[in-house]
Design a protein around this ligand. Sequence first.
Ligand SMILES: [Zn+2]
Length: 248
Amino acid sequence: MSLLPHHRVHDVRALSAGWNTVARAAGLRRHLLARTDGFEVVWYESRGSGPACYLSAGVHGDEPAAAWGLLAWAQAHTDWLRERAAVIIPCLNPHGLSLNTRADGRGLDLNRRFHLEDDAVCGPWRRVAGSRVWRLALCLHEDYDGQGAYVYELGGHRGRMASAPLAAAARHVGIDPRRRIDHSQARDGIIRRRRMPTHLPGLPEAVVLHQLGCPLTLTFESPSEFGLDPRVQAQSDFIATALAEFSA
Ligand SMILES: [Zn+2]
């Protein structure tokens, strides 16, 4: 059985409609982060208290299983959302998702702009991210060079934290066997960041969350050349396992 009608994978309205339903069921508050290129970028906040879990997808519009996997997880976990502290950004680049492009409507890679206070999206994002105490962040992506699932782990845990959620995802898409992934050394699908990346022209979301005090940030990547349904399931199971391990 297909989880999604495939022609709707870049349908931003369908994604928003799904989140409206989840928000009603879980009592989430909806906030406007920014208006860009004719789209609203929204974020949701649960009513739980304490250090919050951060979940985001859709920074890159050509990585649709991340956004749909996050929604699939939320649809199956409204009880968790009702009780726990969480901030969720379902799609940071809706223009890109609508057109299947990595870049946003300005032609920019949003994930190199999270250090910028004056960016139309990352500026307001920094105010939200900087006003919380975080427990865990999951930044959800896909990689067209990916040969399976892999994770960047940031937070000084020696790569151990990522292994259970990665194993859950791997049931659907396997683990990327590469030893070097995008300038970094990988072991069994886990890239442990020992220091801040210096080869990038600007700072990604996960790094800025780390700078803002988030103790553990996992950036998950599913292989975007694989079938859609296993990728969506890999994303959803990665989230479920990471939250079960670290949000107790
Ligand atoms: Zn990405």
